[in-house]
Design a protein around this ligand. Structure first.
Ligand code: SF4
Length: 311
């Protein structure tokens, strides 16, 4: 089976490419994620020809944000943005991107931004490469290495990567039928993350007579945005109870009660999400239902990644 691809800052793979000759190896990415996903590494600073080790770069607020080497005064902003343009063909093959936090090239948020006059800093910048990457690929799931240590954010990122990979597998010229099928398979995931957005997107889709590339592009940007915040326990509970309804006619009273009880124990924080999901999946094998089997909510990514154990 062809692995899906996710981009990554080279230093997170353990490559000694940082300004000080070190790395920032991410054990989760290297040891766990790479078993299922091909991680495609890029180092923008090495990519523009800077040596290892090298003088540090910092972000400065001029008319716009610039990446400057304070030691030499060299401005590398346009080179870093051009590197993102250069690798865009490869980025288009990716279903997500993991970036190294705090870097003036790769950081997504809260990168130190300096006032060149006073030297004062505030954590308000975005790395030049990361900013260009986001601008050119607005639907691509992005995440920073540090945030992946949070089980909710980690699960959320990997789930988005797998949903986006499903989108990329569809043909370039999408029909309304394909888009409706995609929307249908996302339904429970979207409901768990943002019910209102799910309904808005469905309405927009229903009203659209024919699908053009601009509509499809905006649709997937909005879907990925709706999925970008981890689902709350309350919303998961609503979705689980909704699923439970599909087994009403199949389960005897005690088994229905048992499922209700396990869902409520999840709601109260006594059991992890995997408990009701495991039971539901068991019932689904016993009483197959095409609609539920098609829902990515039930199996968004390989179980082996163990992402829902901590939720
Ligand atoms: S943060 Fe980005 S630019 Fe810096 S070493 Fe890592 S990959 Fe290279």
């Amino acid at each position: 089976m062809v692995k899906l691809k996710v981009g990554i800052s080279s230093c997170l793979m353990g490559d000694e490419v940082r300004f000080d000759g070190g790395h920032k190896k991410s054990a989760f990415c290297v040891d766990e994620l790479s078993r299922h996903i091909e991680l495609v590494r890029f180092c923008p600073e090495v990519g523009i020809g800077m040596p290892v080790p090298r003088p540090t770069i910092r972000l400065e607020q001029h008319d716009d944000v610039q990446a400057v080497v304070p030691k030499t005064g060299e401005n590398v902003t346009s080179q870093l943005a051009a590197f993102a343009d250069k690798v865009q063909v490869k980025v288009e093959q990716l279903s997500g991107y993991i970036l190294c936090a705090k870097s003036p090239s790769c950081g997504i948020e809260r990168v130190k931004l300096y006032d060149p006059e006073t030297g004062h800093e505030q954590k308000a910048g975005m790395g030049i490469f990361a900013a260009r990457l986001k601008e050119k690929n607005p639907a691509l799931p992005l995440e920073e290495d540090g945030r992946l240590n949070d089980p909710h954010l980690r699960e959320n990122f990997v789930m988005r990567v797998y949903v986006f990979s499903q989108w990329k597998e569809m043909t370039q010229k999408l029909s309304k039928h394909q888009l409706l099928q995609f929307h249908q398979r996302c339904k429970l995931l979207l409901l768990a993350h943002n019910q209102q957005r799910y309904r808005e997107l469905g309405k927009r889709l229903g009203e659209q007579e024919s699908i053009d590339s601009a509509f499809a592009e905006q649709y997937i940007i909005d879907v990925m945005d709706a999925l970008s915040k981890p689902a709350s326990r309350k919303n998961h509970t609503n979705v689980l109870q909704h699923i439970q309804g599909y087994f009403k006619a199949d389960l005897a009273h005690e088994r229905r009660e048992e499922l209700s009880d396990i869902i409520l124990q999840y709601h109260d924080g006594i059991l992890p999400l995997m408990s009701p999901l495991t039971l539901i999946r068991h019932y689904l094998r016993e009483f197959p239902k095409e609609y539920l089997e098609g829902q990515w909510y039930l199996t968004p990514y390989p179980d082996d990644l163990k992402l829902r154990y901590g939720l």
